[in-house]
Design a binder for this molecule. Structure first.
Ligand code: NAD
Length: 382
């Protein structure tokens, strides 16, 4: 089997966390005769420096030809003073829109090994959890190519007022809800639609469309929350959630909040998927873009202390959703579990309280090597 993967290491810690992620993919390639061909592309700050644009046309066109895209992170203080349309983050929006990846899947799970890195109390982690144990396992499905990040924006002539516009069409809402209902069907069959329907007209349309879609999914327990309440409920009782479907803006914020509950933003992977019927779909599978949810973390870049596990877990999602390699994806997840079981921690997931004595703080490279070793020494898992 041959697969081509567009790789955008990006800026800051992006290249540091992408390197071990690619090594993990290569471990499968070598062991099982799968050829992963990487096509390294520039986007973000690096592309601005070399071409003057955050997303060179060639990057997008080449990415479209590949079977999937893996991205590290883009951005940094160096480019912060550029006008909005020339900033590195525009590359993300351009890639997401250009590849048609409208549904962003962000799983957030509290691994038992990281309990002490989670800042909330046991009573919150037990509340809402049907098993009565401290923990949660939720999936945020964030709409990714519409809403306020893509709406009209501007400034008044005197520069003293500015606007951004939230616009959603019925079709945009319907397709991301389909992804949400499908995900819920394969999980605990609970879907929570998060909006601000008490204030925003666009949210009222979300709720209307969701209520119609819910009638076609009687097996799924569908609920609705305003985003302010959802933000509170995530801290108060995260175990009550299974799948959350929400808009681009609300999903961006809620998933960062959820990441803190898992111990660190360095643990959260994501998959952004298009439709299996899009022209860019490959072998009946949707186009996929995979990235850790964190940014380029300029404060820790170049120090070998970034957590590479979100990037590595993003390759598990890539194997699962783009190539249908479910067993291999599960093996990557098992290898991550194994290194955590062995007590290895990057600084961000080290214990905040007691329990630190059994932990060993390692850097980015050592953590990547440990995952590789866990994969190589447990081939039966594959
Ligand atoms: P950030 O996610 O880069 O960092 C937030 C905090 O989390 C920082 O303290 C950082 O050190 C820490 N952190 C992030 N990833 C980590 C990891 N893997 N291991 C350990 N600690 C980690 O968010 P920010 O500081 O708001 O943004 C920095 C830059 O990244 C900005 O230019 C922003 O626009 C950009 N950004 C890019 C993406 C992306 O490429 N997908 C996403 C968010 C932000």
């Amino acid at each position: 089997m041959n697969y081509s993967i567009a790789v955008v290491p990006g800026d800051g810690i992006g290249p540091e966390v992408t390197a071990p992620a690619l090594e993990v993919l290569d471990a499968f390639g070598d062991a099982y005769g799968i050829v992963f061909k990487y096509v390294e592309l520039e986007a973000g700050g690096k592309a601005i420096d070399s071409t003057g644009e955050p997303l060179p046309k060639e990057t997008l066109e080449t990415a479209k030809q590949c079977d999937a895209l893996l991205l590290g992170a883009v951005g940094g203080p160096r480019w912060e003073t550029l006008p909005g349309r020339l900033r590195p983050e525009r590359a993300l929006l351009g890639l997401r829109a250009g590849l048609g990846v409208f549904a962003n899947l962000r799983p957030a799970v509290l691994l038992p090994q990281l309990r002490s890195a989670c800042p909330v109390k046991d009573e919150a982690l037990i509340a809402g959890n049907s098993e009565g144990k401290p923990g949660f396992d939720l999936l945020i499905v964030r709409e990714l190519t519409g809403g306020i990040y893509f709406g009209e924006r501007g400034r008044s002539a005197d520069g003293n007022s500015a606007w951004d516009t939230e616009t959603y069409s019925r079709a945009e809402i319907e397709r991301v809800l389909r992804t949400g209902f499908a995900a819920a069907a394969s999980r605990r069959k609970k879907l929570c639609v998060v909006d601000k329907a008490n204030v925003l007209e666009s949210s009222r349309l979300w709720r209307e469309v969701a209520q119609e879609a819910a009638k076609d999914h009687p097996d799924i327990e569908t609920s609705y929350l305003y985003v302010d309440n959802a933000a509170m409920q995530l801290i108060r009782a995260p175990g009550q959630f299974d799948v959350i479907v929400t808009s681009n803006l609300f999903g961006d914020i809620l998933s960062d909040e959820a990441s803190v509950l898992t111990g660190s933003i360095g643990m959260l992977a994501s998959a952004s998927l298009g439709s299996p019927t899009d022209p860019l779909a490959k072998n009946g599978r949707p186009m996929g873009m995979y990235e850790p949810i964190h940014g380029s973390a300029p404060d820790i870049a170049g120090q070998d202390i970034a957590n590479p596990l979100a990037a590595i877990l993003s390759t598990a999602m890539l194997l699962r959703y783009s190539f249908g390699l479910e067993k291999e994806a599960a093996a990557v997840e098992a290898a991550v579990n194994a290194v955590l079981d062995a007590g290895l921690r990057t600084r961000d997931i080290a214990s905040r309280g007691s329990g630190g004595a059994t932990e060993k703080i390692v850097g980015t490279k050592a953590m990547g090597e440990a995952v590789l070793k866990a994969l190589e020494t447990a081939p039966a898992a594959i």
